[in-house]
Write a protein that binds this ligand. Structure first.
Ligand code: GDG
Length: 469
């Protein structure tokens, strides 16, 4: 069991997570003080460890410009909320994190914007997270910082707590050196990330990109996997994230979910189901994928009587202009396809703007003949792994972008170039025509690959590297 200090605001010998979001959200009733565990991979992966060993979690309370929420205890996790003013939300979060870093790290798929008036709030908010981390973490705690919103925290915390073991994991890609070089603040960002003992990425390529940039723009020296910086060793490696495999497989075996999947299939009147599930983000390739479906219908071999494409588009970052524009583009495209290609009462694209309860999402995975996951660039992509784990009959076809981190593991998917409209249309055709035997062969291997490494192995793997460091 973990050691406990006498100070109730501190933990010791456990884990302290620093992430943009807290692991809890307000309940639907939204009464003050009523919190429930948020759905989501990171929380699922780390909660058991936090509950068992004790620990803390520093995260933004999710509301901008509201009164600060005081620290509280939730299922043995000490939650330390960080608040943001409305201005900080605009500059740190919507600005630097989501209009500078997010597009740049995703191959500059949209033009990143560089503004000093966003950089300083980013710096200031990171400092606030580092202060909170220094207050919460005990001497023997491990601190694990997550993602692009908080890249400066490792270095800032190192200044405050030189002896603490600090890990950092980036959930999104790390760009090639020549793209990263465009950031006017590239050196302070890299130096701050090097404040960690272990810097983790989804893929080897991202880890390599980071080490190269670090050697070029800071005093760090060493190999792609081990750098020396400021008299310390910094381990750099790939830790591909995964899902809770038992949870997804278990839900797919749940008789109520099976009934819902059947009901859903029946509502499609025997048409083959092509499913797409994404946050409505311009990195996810939703627009090109719809064009590919339009191309498939134009080729004439399949009509809206044979197949239907279901796009679940989860609203995200609606305050950022690029996202509002994307929504308009996607909705226009859906209108055009449905206007041109509807047959009798059959509409070819069913577009759902909004998230579904998890059990309904699983029922749709179970019902889908083909799953399309075609991001232009994606750190990993968990939807692809979730689809595989719900295919308990070993059938169904996954069409996957070669630019998603998941493609490095899921080699038996039909891999596509997400920029190639004709290529994606042909992959949809191949998927619809694939024999049952071929589906089974591929899906059996895909499921074996996903099952071999669950999200708990990912968390354990990272934490043991951090302990060894
Ligand atoms: C970032 C990186 C990396 C989606 N729609 C619904 C719903 N979801 C859930 C999925 C999945 C999650 O959201 C999306 O995860 P992804 O991995 O696909 O994508 P990002 O949100 O961009 O995540 C990514 C990830 O971090 C982890 O490191 O893989 O590359 O960009 O779990 O199931 N859940 C529910 N209803 C929906 O309608 N309940």
């Amino acid at each position: 069991m973990a050691k406990r200090t006498t100070n109730p605001n501190k933990t010791d010998g456990g884990l302290v997570v620093i992430a943009n979001r807290m692991p809890v959200r307000r309940t639907a009733k939204n009464k003050p003080g009523e919190w429930e565990t948020s759905p989501g991979g990171l929380v699922t992966a780390l909660s058991p460890m936090l509950r068992e060993r004790g620990g803390g979690w520093v995260g933004w309370d999710g509301a901008a410009g509201r009164k600060a929420v005081p620290p509280f205890l939730h299922e043995n996790i000490r939650i330390r909320p960080v608040s943001l003013s409305a201005k900080e939300f605009d500059t740190f979060y919507a600005g630097f994190a989501n209009k500078t870093l997010w597009p740049l790290y995703h191959d500059s798929i949209r033009e990143p914007q560089f503004h000093r008036r966003w950089w300083w709030p980013y710096h200031r908010v990171n400092e606030r997270f580092a202060d909170a981390a220094a207050q919460v973490a005990g001497k023997d705690d491990l601190v694990w910082v997550h993602d692009y919103q908080l890249q400066l925290v490792p270095g800032m915390l190192r200044e405050r707590r030189p002896e603490t073991r600090i890990g950092f994991f980036l959930h999104i890609p790390f760009p090639p050196e020549e793209l990263f070089a465009k950031i006017p603040w590239r050196t302070p960002i890299l130096e701050a990330m090097l404040g960690a003992d272990v810097v983790g990425f989804q893929t080897r390529l991202a880890a390599q990109n980071f080490s190269r940039a670090a050697r070029r723009f800071t005093d760090a020296r060493g190999s792609d996997r081990l750098l020396r910086f400021a008299g310390r060793r910094v381990v750099v490696d790939a830790f591909p994230i995964s899902i809770d495999v038992n949870l997804y497989e278990g839900m797919a075996r749940d008789p109520e979910i099976a009934v819902e999947a059947e009901r859903f299939r029946a509502s499609m009147n025997g048409r083959r189901i092509i499913l797409c599930v994404d946050r409505l983000d311009y990195t996810k390739g939703i627009d090109i994928r719809l064009r590919a479906f339009e191309e498939l219908l134009s080729r004439g071999r399949y009509t809206a009587e044979d197949c239907v494409l279901i796009q679940i588009a989860v609203p995200t970052r609606e305050s950022v202009d690029d996202y509002a524009e994307l929504r308009d583009d996607v909705e226009r495209l859906v209108g055009r396809i449905n206007g041109t290609h509807s047959v009798k009462q059959h509409v070819p694209v069913h577009y759902i703007y909004g998230g579904l309860p998890t059990r309904d999402l699983i029922a749709r995975y179970c019902a889908a003949d083909v799953m399309m996951v075609t991001p232009f660039r994606d750190g990993m992509n968990l939807v692809a792994k979730e689809y595989c784990m719900t295919r308990i009959r070993q059938d169904g076809v996954l069409v996957l972008s070669e630019f998603a981190g998941a493609a490095l593991e899921l080699k038996q998917a039909l891999l596509v170039n997400p920029f190639d409209v004709d290529g994606i249309a042909s992959a949809m055709e191949d998927a619809l025509e694939m024999t049952h035997a071929e589906q089974r062969k591929r899906m059996t291997t895909l499921r074996r690959t996903v099952r071999a490494r669950s999200v708990h192995d990912w968390a354990d793997g990272f934490i043991s590297r951090l302990r060894e460091s």
